[in-house]
Design a protein. Structure first.
Length: 450
């Protein structure tokens, strides 16, 4: 939550706040690069740490480290120093890079395999609730801190919010159930990229590499969308607090989509939901670019919530939840138990690599769109269409995209290990196998308990 608060406040400040113009047009892309690069560099080592130690212990120590970083950010805001605040953002993302593999790696350790999709739905919903709160808080804090380049307000406020959030996060982490280390004998690799290389090489033997890339590719589009939304302060002529409503709507929608995807999945993993999510994102991104923004004549916060932009962002976020939940569950389920942290750390690094590309791309193309930054959604729609078509083509015939994905027996990697095998999900089962348990991808979790 804290990294989101800090990033959003910084984004508003470089667009039209206290530091407006200091990073040029599309300056939020530079902020994003400071946010994403540490994840790329450290996620591999963070995955090793998560596997070598108890993921609960890693989480607690990471939350302890968050407190002095929050204090550094508070100092930067109080001194009105963009360099110090960017340094704090970079430090906070270094801290967060160790949190991700431990957080998502502990889910399969805390819940039964058959509950994995539901658990991911709930966790992602709660994560997005935190994002919503952080975004709304950041919007209000931005207006109170520096509503415009020539007006300074409560210099202490952002730091106080960050420190308070860090303390509550530490308290919450203490109540996580004790967990055993995944691999106590793991020897840390000196080269932080060696984990990525080894993991990607292992994934490349199966279709799991494509699953990871499809999951990471989402963050390219999500990154672009998150850069555009704050620019509605200029498009709709609204303040930071009102713009945070749009960010909050996006967070609510993603959380709702994740929760619904988890409920639909039940005790199974349903990759077909990813196709539904991708299709919805293509359509919603296109409409966000094509339909002129409109707001009703109402009170400030209400008019934004009832705008057509808010509705389309709501639908886009909902479909995003459908896209990511099956892929995330597949990554968790199909990763080796003693290397899950490293596999998820590599996936995390790949997702942030895509977000870094999004930051560079946005900073490059933003000047060409002038006063109509919402038209960049055309680019996002096209990229989603091309990416989805590519992954569907590459995964054809594996059974991974089928509703029941028959052909996976006791080995949950069966379809992954046979990239050219035809999809026989709709074929009748042989008589002697008709009642065999856990013969589909949707029953992978049950197979692990047998």
């Amino acid at each position: 939550m804290n990294d989101n608060i800090l990033k959003v406040v910084l984004t508003f400040m470089v667009i039209n706040g206290a530091w407006a113009g200091m990073l040029g047009d599309g300056g939020q892309g530079i902020v994003s690069i400071c946010f994403t690069v540490p994840f790329m560099l450290l996620s591999g080592f963070a995955g090793q740490v998560a596997d070598r130690n108890s993921k609960r212990s890693v989480t607690v120590w990471v939350k302890i480290a968050e407190i002095p970083i929050a204090m550094l950010a508070g100092l930067g805001f109080y001194l009105q120093s963009l360099p110090i605040t960017l340094l704090a953002l970079t430090a906070l993302t270094c801290q967060s890079s160790f949190f991700g593999p431990a957080k998502y790696g502990m889910i399969p350790e805390l819940v039964a395999g058959k509950d994995l999709s539901r658990a991911n739905g709930v966790i992602n919903m709660l994560t997005n609730v935190a994002v919503i709160l952080g975004t709304v808080i950041a919007g209000v804090a931005s207006d109170l801190y520096a509503p415009s380049p020539d007006k300074i307000g409560l210099l202490w406020l952002p730091g106080a919010l960050l420190l308070t959030t860090a303390v509550f996060g530490l308290i919450a982490s203490i109540f996580i159930s004790p967990l055993q280390a995944g691999d106590k004998d793991l020897v840390y690799a000196a080269n932080p990229f060696s984990t990525y290389i080894a993991t990607i090489r292992e994934m490349s033997k199966t279709r799991l590499l494509l699953v990871m890339m499809a999951w990471g590719y989402f963050y390219l589009l999500a990154g672009i969308a998150l850069f555009i939304v704050p620019e509605y302060t200029e498009v709709l002529r609204i303040n930071h607090t009102e713009a945070s409503v749009l960010m909050g709507v996006l967070g609510i929608a993603i959380g709702l989509g994740c929760a619904v995807a988890g409920v639909i999945s039940g005790d199974r993993i349903r990759p077909r939901l990813t196709l539904i999510g991708a299709t919805g994102l293509v359509v919603m991104f296109f409409l966000l670019a094509a339909i002129p923004p409109w707001m009703p004549n109402a009170r400030p916060m209400v008019r934004v919530a009832l705008s057509n932009v808010s509705l389309l962002i709501l639908l886009a976020g909902f479909f995003a939840g459908f896209y990511i939940i099956p892929l995330q569950a597949l990554l968790q389920r199909l990763s080796p138990d003693d290397e899950r942290g490293q596999f998820l750390g590599t996936a995390n690094a790949v997702s942030f690599a895509f977000m870094t590309v999004a930051g560079v791309l946005y900073s490059t193309i933003r000047p060409a769109f002038g006063t109509q930054p919402q038209h960049i959604f055309y680019v996002a729609s096209g990229l989603m269409l091309v990416g989805a078509a590519y992954f569907v083509w590459k995964l054809r015939g594996t059974g991974l995209l089928a509703a029941t994905s028959a052909g996976l027996a006791a080995d949950p990697n069966a379809a992954l290990n046979e990239p050219d095998a035809p999809d026989k999900s709709n074929d009748p089962a042989p008589r002697d196998e008709a009642v065999a348990p856990a013969t589909t991808l949707d029953h992978v979790a049950d197979a692990s308990n047998g």
